[in-house]
Design a protein around this ligand. Structure first.
Ligand SMILES: NC(=O)C1=CN([C@@H]2O[C@H](COP(=O)(O)OP(=O)(O)OC[C@H]3O[C@@H](n4cnc5c(N)ncnc54)[C@H](O)[C@@H]3O)[C@@H](O)[C@H]2O)C=CC1
Ligand SMILES: CC(=O)N[C@@H]1[C@@H](OP(=O)(O)OP(=O)(O)OC[C@H]2O[C@@H](n3ccc(=O)[nH]c3=O)[C@H](O)[C@@H]2O)O[C@H](C(=O)O)[C@@H](O)[C@@H]1O
Length: 414
């Protein structure tokens, strides 16, 4: 069987390479430089296990800028950002990919949409876009198979997680299940396409709402003089409680966006929208902690540790570091950024020593493992100030305090 995967990003590329363990795969991307680099053996981003898998399947994989007509199965994994101006899903890339596939589609082919989309998109947007190529709905199969893998563990989770496959009809669902059974070791459940779309959005919205709850607990703990990081593990000993971790806000291409996909066509979304607002408020809250530390000195220099949206990845999409940096600059601070996984950002990241030299305050926004190894004694030599705000509860507080730092942890009101 020949598989064509359209969109070679954080999800599409790992998926294409996993399919290439079993089939001939053509990976398609409109980014020519990405296509050229892949054909020359260069991967466009870091992800554990990806280099080894790429090496293993090179013979079965090639990249191209447009879908090829000899494929039997087409998988769409293009981005689905939020159009910030109107707060609805921007489905331009999904539509463009479906139209390009429509141009080369043959009778009996299967098309699978993996991108996360608002409920109804597979039926109302993908099918008509495919039909523009000349075939009608009855001549091909269409299914939605949302991805659940978490960045940093993408390969393990694509293989290990259970999946939901929603077909436009039962045959399409069964065909898609058979396709994914080649790479997925988890259970694959079948349903209809709109239910599958809804399930995916429910999952990410559930996480967003629960992170908002943890963030609200952190703020309350600060007010009542309790350390939320002591309290959460105790609450989590209850067999039916699982409080998540507070932080400077929720980032990434999915959890920040997907709840809006649910909210865009309804008035019944009160909790979902409030949770988004709570999470969006955290960058300003962390800046408030910094301002307290700096006792109103708005000429101070602050050094942000971590631009990536979460620990040990290099992805900065929707990172809470961006609103934090903008707010801090607007408040008059000089802001420097250090992130061992990120080379480009609103404030250009620099090496650690340069970022902290004569700085007044360190602010940890991402819990990268590497930050646990930062030597507080060395930081004390380089910095002017002795203030640290740790929004991820990631530093070893005792060793920083021994080196003379005044450490404030988000959610610790003691
Ligand atoms: N990043 C993640 O961990 C997860 C992402 N998803 C969903 O998967 C989808 C893809 O996300 P990512 O892989 O993160 O996106 P990404 O931004 O990393 O990659 C998308 C790729 O598609 C290419 N592209 C854009 N328009 C195209 C077109 N018309 N034809 C061909 N290629 C095109 C881009 O050049 C880019 O290389 C989104 O809907 C996202 O919500 C779902 C689960 C996990
Ligand atoms: C329900 C769920 O766990 N969804 C996953 C999520 O991946 P993503 O990397 O965006 O999720 P994440 O690790 O929760 O991180 C999102 C954001 O939330 C923050 N975060 C996360 C957990 C927590 O307790 N506290 C917290 O503040 C992170 O720092 C990050 O800024 O979204 C992915 C997606 O849909 O792209 C999805 O495939 C993944 O399985």
């Amino acid at each position: 069987m020949s598989v064509c995967v359209v969109g070679l990003g954080y999800v599409g590329l790992p998926t294409a390479l996993l399919f290439a363990q079993h089939h001939e795969v053509v990976g398609v991307d409109i980014d020519e430089s990405r296509v050229d680099a892949l054909n020359q053996g260069t991967l466009p981003f870091e992800e554990p296990g990806l280099p080894e898998l790429f090496e293993e399947v090179r013979e079965n994989f090639s990249a191209a800028v447009a879908p090829t007509e000899d494929a039997d199965v087409y998988v769409i994994v293009t981005p689905t950002p939020l159009d910030q101006t109107v707060d609805v899903a921007d489905l331009t890339a999904v539509r463009a990919a479906a139209e390009a596939i429509g141009d080369v589609l043959s009778p009996d082919d299967l098309v699978v949409l993996e991108s996360t989309v608002p409920p109804g998109t597979t039926e109302r947007l993908v099918v008509p876009s495919l039909e523009l190529g000349g075939l009608s709905r009855e001549q091909f199969d269409v299914a939605h198979c949302p991805e659940r893998a978490i960045p940093g563990r993408t390969l393990d989770e694509v293989v290990g997680n259970d999946r939901v496959v929603g077909g436009l009809d039962v045959d399409a669902a069964l065909r898609a299940r058979e396709l994914y059974a080649d790479v997925v070791e988890g259970t694959i459940r079948t349903t209809d396409a709109t239910t599958a779309e809804f399930v995916k959005l429910m999952e990410n919205t559930h996480r967003d709402v629960n992170i908002a709850l943890a963030n609200e607990f952190a703020k309350i703990a600060e007010e009542i003089g309790v350390n939320v990081h002591d309290a959460i593990p105790l609450a989590n000993e209850h067999p039916r409680v699982d409080v998540l971790s507070p932080g400077p806000g929720v980032g990434g291409h999915c959890i920040t966006i997907d709840p809006r996909f649910l909210a865009q066509r309804t008035d019944s979304d009160r909790l979902i929208s409030v949770a988004r607002d709570v999470n969006d408020s955290m960058a300003a809250h962390v800046l408030g902690l910094v301002t307290d530390r700096l006792r109103g000195d708005h000429h101070a220099t602050i050094t942000v540790l971590g631009a990536a949206y979460k620990a040990d990845v290099g992805d900065t999409r929707e990172t809470p570091a961006l609103p934090f940096v903008k707010l801090a600059e607007n408040a008059g601070y000089e802001v420097r950024v250090h992130d061992p996984h990120v080379s480009e950002f609103a404030v250009e990241p620099t090496e650690l020593d340069a970022a902290v030299l004569e700085s007044d305050c360190l602010v940890v926004l991402t819990g990268h493992e590497a930050f646990a190894d930062v030597d507080p004694e060395r930081m004390a030599e380089l910095m002017d100030g002795r203030d640290v705000v740790d929004a991820r509860a990631t530093l070893d507080r005792e060793s920083w305090e021994s080196a003379g730092f005044d450490v404030r942890v988000l959610g610790d009101g003691r």
